[in-house]
Design a protein around this ligand. Sequence first.
Ligand code: ZN
Length: 130
Amino acid sequence: MSVYKIAFGDNIYVGSTRNPLEVRKRGHKSCLVNEKYKNKLYSFMRNSEIKDFKLELLETVSDGCLAVREEFYRKKLNANLNTFRCFITEEERLHSKNRKIKCCCGSIIRNDNINRHKKSSKHKTYENNC
Ligand SMILES: [Zn+2]
């Protein structure tokens, strides 16, 4: 499992994948040309007419903490092209139980439902594609 970044100067996106980076890159490319997928990363690339980009490996993660490492790098690199976080700490979760959040798959869910939601087929479909 890998945490990677896509950087255009100071504009940075951090993502993670269980697939080889080349496979993930193809996923990003197909999302880029599909207007259905709207997020900061794709908007930025469309607006800048960027057709090619590279995924740079930040870390290979062997245990189950992929989302934690991804969040670590998002904060560290100040990744401005990430639309929203896929992971919140237990403390953050407890402080905002009823807050509605938007998941990376586009679903609006209650904060305390995030773990259950992550197991849902809608979310899994998203993770396996874009
Ligand atoms: Zn989701």
